[in-house]
Design a protein around this ligand. Structure first.
Ligand SMILES: Cc1cc2nc3c(=O)[nH]c(=O)nc-3n(C[C@H](O)[C@H](O)[C@H](O)COP(=O)(O)OP(=O)(O)OC[C@H]3O[C@@H](n4cnc5c(N)ncnc54)[C@H](O)[C@@H]3O)c2cc1C
Length: 393
């Protein structure tokens, strides 16, 4: 890829590769390959290792503790970590809470919350969606009212990814009940140990526990936990969701998966003992996936080049999210087709002991990936954004 083909960037890639070879241990690699919901301890251990090297948050500005890389280096780092099967960090802290606090947080909030995200000591969750406010997020009902130097929060949130193991939550709540829906929202940071918060597990179709319901009863939070300005929460949430969408394209991880599919097709055999890759239908399906991946990667690299020139992705984030999420679903569908009945056995996500290496984790990922076209704003909503912003409809 021409964009990255310079002596300096080749040297950088080699440096990352050497670091991964030295520091990633077999347990982390196996856990990453085996499933989607990694244990907090595994993620925290890897995050601390990256932080010691100064690589804890590749996309943060140097002033906030990032390594000061340009977009090309960030993409190379993403690609190398994906191919090495390195755990993803705490996405909610690193990609959502951190950048939001860097942009909108007070100096005290930055000093308090950014270092433990970098070191892996604190994890975050996102309290936006409610039972009756998902796509129509601005209609959310959770309220925060000021009372003697505090805010009193009441309501209910749902689908909190990682809520059961989070230390902090960024919360969207209604502070101006009489304002228009979007204008009445504010953003807060809430300590998950605050009395009045009750986290309840929601088990998902993959038999995993990664999401939760949250009940908020007269929760008292200090005034200083308001992020930015009162009533401006909707704008902060929109910026945050755009960042989440670019991240959700997950191009580097899909590239890793497609290489793995190719390996599966070469090692698995049909009833006549022929490698599956020799079946023209299989061959065509893999070729079509690879071609669509190249198109996605080109689009991501286009955005990377734009960002290198100082431009924000804007509605392009929606196109990347749609294509990236669809591709992630097609990848696991293809894996299950290749594996046949062997791919159907659900294995506990943290399975220990002997497992069928080839089949491990595909069915869990396939089932859980129903969500990638839904969360971070469903793909239907992204199409509306594209129609309005890019096509002027
Ligand atoms: C596993 C999982 C993890 C999640 N993690 C989090 C989290 O950590 N924090 C958080 O705040 N939220 C989280 N979410 C919530 C997620 O953002 C919402 O599920 C999503 O925004 C959709 O909202 P909804 O579920 O209420 O569906 P609805 O809004 O009820 O939508 C139902 C269907 O109708 C379609 N639809 C709705 N409105 C329109 C429209 N105007 N035009 C066309 N089609 C429309 C949608 O596309 C969808 O297919 C998570 C969800 C899941 C399933």
């Amino acid at each position: 890829m021409g964009l990255f083909d310079t002596p300096e960037l080749r040297r950088f890639r080699a440096e990352v590769r050497d670091f991964l070879a030295e520091h990633l241990d077999a347990e982390m690699v196996q856990a990453t390959r085996a499933g989607l919901h990694l244990e907090r301890a595994t993620v925290a251990r890897w995050q601390a290792t990256l932080d010691r090297r100064g690589w804890g948050a590749p996309h943060w500005p140097a002033a906030a503790g990032g390594p000061g890389w340009d977009e090309a280096r960030r993409y190379i780092f993403e690609e190398e970590t994906a191919f090495a099967d390195a755990p993803l960090g705490d996405v909610l802290g690193l990609f959502l809470a951190g950048p939001m606090l860097i942009a909108e947080g007070s100096p005290a909030q930055k000093a308090r919350y950014l270092p433990p995200i970098l070191s892996g000591d604190e994890f975050w969750c996102q309290g936006f969606s409610e039972p009756n406010a998902g796509s129509d997020l601005a209609s959310l009902k959770t309220t925060a009212r000021p009372q003697g130097g505090h805010w009193i929060v009441n309501g209910q949130k749902t689908w909190l990814s990682g809520g059961h193991m989070a230390d902090q939550m960024f919360l969207l709540a209604r502070t101006e009940p009489d304002a228009k829906p979007q204008a009445g929202l504010s953003m807060f940071v809430v300590d998950m140990q605050t009395p009045g918060l009750t986290v309840q597990p929601i088990l998902t179709i993959d038999e995993g526990h990664s999401v939760n319901a949250l009940f908020i009863d007269d929760v008292k939070i200090p005034a200083g936990q308001l992020v930015g300005e009162r009533g401006k929460g909707w704008g902060y949430a929109k910026d945050l969701l755009a960042r989440e969408r670019v991240n959700n394209a997950q191009a580097a991880r899909s590239k890793r998966d497609i290489v793995e599919l190719d390996r599966l097709a070469r090692t698995l055999h049909d009833a006549q003992g022929r490698p599956l890759i020799d079946d023209p239908v299989v061959h065509r399906r893999l070729a079509s996936l690879a071609a669509d991946f190249v198109a996605l990667e080109s689009a991501v690299l286009g955005v990377v080049a734009e960002q290198m020139a100082g431009h924000e992705p804007g509605p392009a984030a929606s196109t990347l999210k749609i294509r990236g999420s669809e591709l992630q679903q097609r990848v696991t569908e293809t894996a299950l087709t290749l594996l046949g009945p062997a791919g159907m056995a659900l294995q506990p996500v943290y399975a220990s002991g002997p497992v069928d290496e080839a089949a491990t984790g595909w069915i869990e990922r396939h089932l859980f990936r129903r969500v990638v076209t839904i969360y971070a704003g469903s793909n239907e909503i992204q199409k509306t954004i594209i129609a309005k912003s890019l096509l002027g409809m």
